[in-house]
Design a protein around this ligand. Structure first.
Ligand code: GLU
Length: 428
């Protein structure tokens, strides 16, 4: 089972930081820089709708377990809401709310006709059988079915969920509605209306951004040394793109540890060796931890696993020129200002990892049209969107003399605020 991303408690994170508070603080800053009234912040700081559900699941041992699930719909002024569903033991209500807000900003930056959403279930899929996972996935859809749908709120994969889980969810939804509805969910298998290029979309989007950053910084991609934390769906494809383009991937971190070789790792071999949860370091005698890996000298550091891994305790020791946030929220607010003060360029998550939702949008368009595109068509359009979004964020950063994170928030807010005002929800 391929996974969308990779997270575990064994990667050290800054736990006292709360994603929702960080989202709100940066949002407030961006709203006031744009000279919007405080009302805009008050409206956007929380999701417009939040549902908490209990999902009873019959386990393989015959016992029933009750799982807790969430769905947050941040803002649907610009269109239906959109965002993945994560399965993880550490999922919290506040985290899901923050992630939904970030999805709104991603859709704003990339000019998709959506607002943001996010779902989550507190569970550990690594400890569950495929049958249990299927019953949990179907149970979640039954629990949230009234508020989701192809013109309401469209789920997708996120951490520890994949195309098979999307397939079960689609099937359950079709049974409830009694008609075929492929546009209900994205990240589906190709045979069920998935899009070519969806599986690689997030990584390819990050790779396009990385090429643009290299141009900007006058670096030759093939001369760069890159460290990637996370070897799940995002990290592994990204490592492959980098390896194929001649860059040296000198470090890979996974849930259990890290692998490091200053001459460059053998990425094709590691891809063959990794397990379905992206774990590979346990196959080798490696002494480096994933924490130490983050602090190793390199040109480009790409956290592609979980939130909060670059925090106030290690930010001063991060030893690179550029950080590209492929995971959602890997750098805390305090860490970001330390990195910016040290002249390290940080490309924010809501820009860098938006390739996933962009190709999800393409998948939804194809489902609505009933006409399917070639992989080349998908990738060309993805590239165009990533380039335009990058240029817009860069221009805003220059015009307002702000860092890329604030600039990305400002770009993301524009459409959200305007669509809300035009509907009469805001009266600035
Ligand atoms: N889970 C992905 C994200 O965080 C993709 C969401 C989607 O495709 O809707 O951007």
């Amino acid at each position: 089972m391929a996974i969308e991303s990779l997270e575990t408690k064994s990667i050290q994170v800054e736990t006292e930081d709360n994603a929702l508070l960080e989202f709100q603080e940066t949002l407030k800053e961006a709203v006031s820089l744009m000279k919007y009234p405080l009302q805009v912040f008050e409206f956007l700081k929380k999701p417009m709708r939040f549902l908490e559900v209990s999902i009873p699941v019959r386990m393989d041992n015959g016992q029933t377990e009750i799982f807790q699930g969430f769905r947050a719909q941040h803002n649907d002024a610009a269109g239906p809401t959109k965002g993945g569903i994560r399965f993880h033991p550490d999922v919290t209500a506040d985290e899901v709310k923050a992630l939904a807000g970030w999805m709104s900003l991603k859709c704003g930056i990339t000019d998709l006709p959506y607002g943001g959403a996010k779902g989550g279930i507190i569970c550990d899929p690594r400890q569950m059988s495929p049958n249990e996972l299927e019953r949990l996935s179907r149970g979640y859809v039954r629990a949230v079915s009234q508020i989701v749908g192809p013109t309401k709120d469209i789920p997708a994969p996120d951490m520890y969920t994949n195309s098979q889980i999307m397939a079960w969810m689609l099937d359950e939804y079709d049974h409830i509605r009694e008609f075929d509805s492929p546009g209900f969910i994205t990240g589906k298998p190709l045979a069920l209306g998935g899009s070519k290029g969806r599986e690689t979309a997030t990584s390819l989007g990050v790779f396009y951004i990385l090429q643009l950053v290299c141009e900007l910084k006058k670096l030759q991609l093939k001369d760069t040394r890159v460290i990637i934390q996370g070897f799940g769906n995002v990290g592994s494809y990204l490592a492959k793109y980098l390896y194929d383009s001649g860059a040296k991937v000198i470090g890979i971190g996974d849930v259990l540890g890290g692998l490091y070789d200053e001459n460059g790792l053998d990425i094709p071999y590691l891809l063959e060796t990794r397990d379905s949860f992206g774990i590979v370091s346990n196959r080798f005698n490696s002494s480096i931890s994933n924490q130490e890996l983050l602090e190793k000298e390199c040109d480009i550091l790409i956290p592609a696993a979980i939130s909060g891994v670059i925090h106030k305790h290690n930010a001063a020791r991060i030893n690179c020129q550029i950080v590209i946030e492929a995971a959602n929220g890997p750098t805390t607010k305090e860490a970001l200002s330390i990195l910016v003060d040290r002249d390290i360029m940080v490309v924010p998550d809501i820009l860098a990892n938006s390739g996933g939702v962009i190709v999800s949008y393409f998948e939804w368009c194809q489902n609505n049209q009933g006409y399917y595109w070639t992989e080349e068509e998908v990738n060309v359009r993805l590239k165009e969107k990533m380039h335009t979004s990058f240029d817009n964020v860069l221009t805003t950063a220059k015009n307002y003399h702000v860092n890329l994170k604030i600039a990305a928030y400002m770009e993301g807010i524009k459409k959200l605020a305007e669509a809300s005002r035009l509907r009469g929800w805001l009266n600035y």
